[in-house]
Design a protein. Structure first.
Length: 214
């Protein structure tokens, strides 16, 4: 399951199948890194949300704060629900692996999406994200870090989430910094939080806010 096409196809099918169930899930409270991300963006700045899901809570939040918002998601069913949930927002069916923007956005937002990529795909998407940012643009990234130290992170990456089989991988702080440090960004914040939900169980959330300097 290492091929890009296999992972994308697997996850696209899974998220299409769970779209309605995901729309009824309980949303966790906003973490301080999200508040920091919004506060540091320019007024009425542009945000690209990769993996925008059903549009809630983030598309609604960003529009309420006055940002120019575009959400992209691999799942057509997620996009359909998002357009009903937040009709004033712009959404496009697109994989983050196909991003091809050049200095278009003040901020890119990725909440629990890039953990659906294997390490090679992760590096490629990271480059695409940084390329899409304007100078001094911000990137918010949240994912899960390993539950057990020194675990084999490429074991058990094919897992069941909300009753569907998909690819999902934890990443360490060191792995993330190794990917982003060479990409002309600087780390502004790191935030950690343990979350527990009926849908996803216990998750060890790891959040970064980076700023493009090149």
């Amino acid at each position: 399951m290492d091929k890009k096409l296999d992972i994308i196809s697997l996850n696209k099918k899974a998220w299409n199948n769970v779209a309605k169930k995901y729309n009824n899930a309980q949303y966790s409270k906003l973490n301080p890194a999200i508040e920091f991300f919004c506060r540091e963006l320019p007024k009425r700045g542009s945000i690209l949300d990769i993996g925008s899901g059903t549009g809630l809570p983030f598309a609604k939040l960003f529009l309420e704060k006055g940002f120019d918002y575009l959400g992209v998601d691999i799942s057509s069913r997620m996009i359909k629900i998002a357009r009903k949930n937040v009709p004033s927002a712009k959404f496009k069916e697109k994989s983050m692996t196909d991003l091809n923007c050049n200095r278009e956005f003040d901020g890119v937002f990725s909440h629990y999406t890039m953990l659906l990529l294997n390490p090679d795909m992760f590096k490629d998407v990271a480059r695409r994200v940084v390329k899409s940012l304007k100078r001094n643009g911000l990137f918010y990234l949240s994912l899960n870090e390993p539950k057990v130290k020194d675990a084999d992170l490429d074991e058990d990456v094919i897992c069941e989430i909300m009753g569907e089989i998909m690819y999902s991988r934890a990443y360490t702080e060191e792995e993330i910094l190794d990917v982003f440090t060479p990409l002309e960004v600087k780390k502004l914040q790191i935030y950690r939080e343990t979350q527990n939900s009926e849908e996803f169980g216990i998750e060890y959330m790891l959040v970064f806010v980076f700023q493009k300097i090149g």
